[in-house]
Design a protein. Structure first.
Length: 319
């Protein structure tokens, strides 16, 4: 009998916006220039100074908390993928895979994903990750992309899991304030990884998420990231999810209801978050809610090790 694994992924309505390497003939339509970092502490500016690959990201809407989109090519088709740390695997919509000219492998066990609309959907096949090509001719790595039947009303084409791109030899940096995804050789990045230069609690222009490194939840070598949060006397685990616009928490986990006080995550206090009556979560990696882009928009994720075995997150307010 086929075994089913459940993961939480985010989703978004994809709308184009703007983001600096100039696009090349190998780049997908809509590829964005990738600018050098001008904000953040010295370790970050040095880490991101000369990346092997710099991939510009679009914002779905013209504001900081918007989801980040990476233009890509799948077979013969141009696609827009949400950059989603809440997804342990790359995901491609079945309608897009069917029109890509690629052959979907259907002889694999289904994997279930949980959408933010609390609907469980199972994959119908897989595509090799390397069939996804982004800016500069860079081919996506990691475990095969899941092909999932997504509702036609969902206008996005799938999800890119940035942690899947990391390997023992390659560090991946998701720079949300700078709208960039960077790929660096580990030997180049090692001296400037943030666990070597701490970004402490209370640092000027920044905040700390309360854990370093971020706790990793793993199943079959695929990873997502959970962090402790407090609401009154209640302590809960939230998924770090760049595929969600807003932070939301299961109502049953809130102490005295959503109006009883802020949600506290390290130095950060969120007064504006959503209480969800029925929150469907992963059986293999249970969470009580998600920390969305309304908080994570000012953060940089640094993934190292195979499929993001290690991750540090640093957050600051640009400028």
């Amino acid at each position: 009998m086929a075994r089913t694994t459940t993961w939480l992924v985010g989703f978004a309505l994809v709308v184009l916006s703007a983001c600096g390497n100039q696009p090349t003939p190998r780049d997908p339509a809509g590829a964005q220039p990738c600018a050098r970092a001008t904000a953040g502490p010295e370790w970050f500016r040095r880490l991101s100074m000369d990346p092997e690959q710099c991939i510009g990201l679009l914002r779905e809407r013209p504001h900081a908390a918007a989801l980040r989109i990476v233009p890509a090519v799948l077979g013969t088709r141009g696609v827009r993928l949400v950059v989603d740390t809440g997804s342990a695997r790359h995901v491609i919509a079945k309608s897009v895979a069917d029109g890509s000219g690629l052959e979907v492998d259907t002889d694999v066990a289904p994997t279930a994903i949980v959408s933010p609309s609390n609907k469980v959907r199972s994959s119908v096949g897989e595509l090799p990750a390397r069939t996804i090509q982004v800016q500069g001719g860079f081919r996506v790595s990691g475990q095969a992309a899941l092909v999932v039947e997504l509702p036609p009303t969902w206008k996005h084409h799938g999800f890119l899991s940035p942690q899947q791109l990391a390997t023992q030899q390659r560090v991946v940096v998701l720079d949300l304030p700078g709208d960039r995804l960077l790929v660096l050789p580990y030997r180049q990045a090692a001296a400037w990884l943030p666990d070597q230069t701490r970004f402490p609690s209370g640092a000027q222009h920044g905040f700390w998420l309360g854990s370093d490194p971020i706790p990793v939840c793993s199943s079959d070598g695929n990873r997502v990231f959970r962090i402790n949060a407090e609401h009154g006397r209640a302590v809960m685990k939230l998924l770090l999810d760049t595929g969600m616009r807003t932070t939301s928490v299961a109502t049953r986990r809130l102490h005295g209801g959503a109006s009883a006080g802020p949600l506290v995550v390290g130095d950060f206090r969120a007064n504006d978050f959503t209480a969800v009556d029925e929150f469907v979560t992963s059986a293999s990696c249970p969470t009580d809610g998600v920390l969305g882009m309304d908080v994570l928009k000012d953060c940089v994720f640094v993934f190292s090790g195979e499929r993001g075995q290690n991750v540090q997150v640093r957050c600051w307010n640009p400028g």
